[in-house]
Design a protein around this ligand. Structure first.
Ligand SMILES: O=C(C1CCC1)N1C[C@@H]2C[C@H]3C[C@@H](O)[C@@H](O)[C@]2(C1)O3
Length: 130
């Protein structure tokens, strides 16, 4: 109902700011757009569910996240995709894996620092009931 819609609007505003802040960080530049299949033809043979920060911003606007935990699941997906596609000991893969882990840890830290646990609990209660 109306009070619940106000809560979900507030969640979307909060998630847009977190997502924008991550996308502004040059360390995470490689995670801001989908991997181009013309540049990396085998990417989608290996990674079954691609994810990136621009796609996540679109998902926010399409009301596809009903709580912060669901947003963090897509952050985890960006991270695990990068670890799986770039597993080798060469320096380039190691840099991508380090950046992926830093993206994950930074996203969790921002949400823990800036989100009221009661607000997240309220979002989950609304989601669970719908
Ligand atoms: O996994 C990723 C991105 C990191 C998050 C998404 N790739 C993009 C790189 C560009 C291109 C070159 C390859 O050597 C390999 O580094 C990647 C794999 O393909």
């Amino acid at each position: 109902e109306e009070i619940e819609e106000a809560t979900l609007r507030e969640l979307r505003i909060f998630l847009r700011e977190i997502c924008a802040k991550l996308a502004r960080n040059r360390t995470f530049y490689i995670f801001t757009k989908p991997v181009d299949e013309e540049v990396v033809p085998d990417y989608r043979d290996i990674i079954k569910e691609p994810m990136d920060l621009e796609t996540m911003m679109t998902k926010i606007d399409q009301h596809e996240y009903e709580c912060a935990q669901e947003f963090l699941c897509d952050i985890d997906l960006i991270c695990t995709n990068a670890l799986e596609y770039n597993p080798d000991r060469n320096p380039e893969d190691k840099i991508i894996r380090h950046r992926a882990c830093t993206l994950r840890d930074t996203a969790y830290a921002y949400i823990k620092a800036e989100m009221d646990t009661d607000f997240e609990d309220k979002c989950r209660e609304i989601r669970d009931r719908r």
